[in-house]
Design a protein around this ligand. Structure first.
Ligand code: FAD
Length: 508
């Protein structure tokens, strides 16, 4: 299939491209224009590409990479749904590939050793994968992100984490095969046995080693219904003790989803008590239950139990009650609702709609995501949640435990060296000035948190990392850096791919 090259000739800008480089590309691709390639969800970075190419097949992707490789300076960024925060899917004066153009290229159910899998395009949205798998086959992937308008290739390049990751690992641990176009323009099928080094490198590889054009995702039977529960804690130690107890339970003997968040102990409508009830206005948070000894923030465990239509309600009640009985949340601050599996999986869409209405969806998003070791999370709470963030971030502050043994060391992503570590996500939805603070201030607050973690010697890693210098990337990867560099030399020797990560310079 023909792909479309959307060609930017920037006014008032000198772009040092040799004419023959451009004509080599023009020979392969059609021209038109669009601006999405220089934008992302973060809204804080903007780099103008030379062109946006709508790559509809793996062959288009390979052609684009080969065309770039023939030049002395072009880089190539795969753009999934552009939900990065710091320009990671951009290519300054390079080629941006619109992976959404190939979202329907693959969709194939298959069984291997009686286990169901689906082959999907790297550019498919998880939301579409969910809908097609559930509606057509009654099946669903096991591991998710909270928000599903993200592409398969985009999340597999990072990790892909949500409340199921404690049991099944991140999304990267739930794919068994990829089709990848590497930095030489070669299209390779890779898995644990075939081209295994490329397979492991690409998962969590920040797009540095290859562009994922197809992924084979493990499926399981989709439940019909979900009991969705929130319970509130005033003491962080009790919250973490219960959360850790829950994530260590065996499948079938615990909840199917475990997350948690921090909220402000006040009536602040964006950050406080009213953000907790699931089914408001039918349920409300009565602060009379909050102990008078509570601090500036409170904690909420968010849990879900899957079940099938055939289960009797009393059976679901019994299972839930048996588990909740073991937890030490504040009596009177329990909220629950039964929803369909699809409603639960698409639960963030309501927040998206609201943010679009109030304008915060389109404002800058100075977000911070990190993994913090269990051994430091109590200190982190004392220094960060209770002090720096005691007034909230204008959106969710997620904090919940993950198990190290569900993460594959052979993949490129790095996490703290601890059996249990917590994901911490500051998902700021702040109106732009003059209503809200300038994003520079919030970025500075993020940096202060990161610096505090270094100063205190915390065992932590940034998730969805972003650094300005290679020195910082070396520190991020630690003793895995040499393996990362070696893999880069093997799979993308000219450093053509994912320039927006600012990790390697293009080799002429
Ligand atoms: P893009 O932003 O388009 O790309 C991200 C990086 O991956 C870039 O470097 C790009 O070049 C590379 N890339 C893109 N496609 C490919 C491909 N096919 N092959 C190789 N490289 C590729 N993350 C979680 O883990 N859990 C969550 O619950 C979660 N929720 C989120 C909610 C929102 C509202 C937002 C904005 C982000 C959330 N994220 C979450 C983060 C998200 O997973 C990452 O930002 C992800 O990269 C976004 O996917 P994308 O398709 O938009 O990728």
């Amino acid at each position: 299939m023909i792909a479309y090259l959307e060609h930017f000739v920037h006014e008032n800008e000198t772009v040092s491209i040799r004419d023959d480089d451009v004509s080599a590309l023009e020979a392969n691709f059609d021209l038109s224009t669009t601006g999405i390639a220089s934008k992302d969800f973060g809204g804080m970075k903007s780099f103008k590409p030379l062109a946006l190419i709508r790559t509809a097949t793996a062959n288009d992707v390979a052609q684009a990479v080969k065309s770039a490789a023939r030049t002395s300076h072009f880089t190539v960024a795969a753009r999934g749904n552009g939900h990065s925060i710091n320009g990671q899917a951009m290519a300054d004066k390079g080629l941006v590939l619109d992976m959404r153009a190939m979202e329907n290229h693959y969709f194939q159910l298959l069984y291997l050793d009686d286990a169901p899998y689906v082959d999907v395009s790297g550019g498919a949205l998880w939301e579409d994968v969910l809908k097609r798998c559930v509606l057509q086959f009654g099946l669903a992937p096991r591991s998710w992100t909270d928000y599903l308008s993200l592409t398969v290739g985009g999340t597999l390049s990072n990790a892909g984490v949500s409340g199921q990751a404690f049991r099944y690992g991140p999304q990267t641990s739930n794919v068994t095969e990829l089709e990848v176009v590497n930095g030489k323009g070669d299209t390779l099928v890779c898995n644990e046995r075939e081209n295994s080094e490329l397979f492991f490198a690409t998962l969590g590889g920040l797009g540095q080693f290859g562009i994922i054009t197809r992924a084979r995702v493990l499926l399981q039977q989709a439940p019909h219904m979900v009991r969705w529960i929130r319970v509130v804690y005033s003491e962080f130690e009790e919250f973490t003790r219960d959360a850790e107890w829950l994530v260590k339970r065996r499948e079938g003997d615990g909840f199917d989803y475990v997350e948690g968040f921090v909220f402000v102990n006040s009536d602040d409508p964006c950050n406080g008590w009213s953000t907790v009830p699931i089914d408001s206005p039918n349920q409300w948070f009565d602060p009379v239950h909050v102990p008078s000894t509570s601090g500036p923030v409170l904690y909420c465990l968010e849990l879900a139990l899957h079940y099938r239509n055939s289960y009797h309600r009393s059976h679901v009640d019994m299972v839930v009650d048996r588990l909740l009985k073991r937890l030490r949340f504040i009596e009177g601050l329990k909220f629950e609702v039964d929803v369909t599996y699809m409603e639960f999986m698409l639960r963030v869409n309501g927040a998206e709609k609201e943010a679009k209405c109030n304008g915060t969806w389109y404002a800058p998003h100075p977000w911070l995501n990190m993994f913090v070791s269990k051994s430091n999370i109590i200190d982190f709470d004392r220094e960060v949640f209770k002090k720096i963030l005691r007034h909230g971030v204008g959106g969710p502050i997620l904090v919940y435990p993950l198990l190290r043994n569900k993460w594959d060391n052979r993949h490129s992503v790095v996490v703290p060296d601890s059996n249990i570590f917590y994901i911490v996500a500051l998902l700021r939805f702040i109106p732009p000035p003059p209503k809200g603070p300038p994003s520079e201030l919030l970025v500075a607050q993020n940096n202060a948190i990161i610096q505090l973690c270094y100063n205190k010697g915390f065992d932590f890693k940034l998730y969805l990392p972003h650094y300005q210098s290679q020195e910082n990337w070396m520190r991020h990867y630690g003793d895995k850096w040499s393996r990362f560099v070696e893999r880069k030399a093997n799979f993308d020797p000219l450093a053509i791919l994912a320039p927006g990560q600012r990790m390697f310079s293009r080799i002429p």
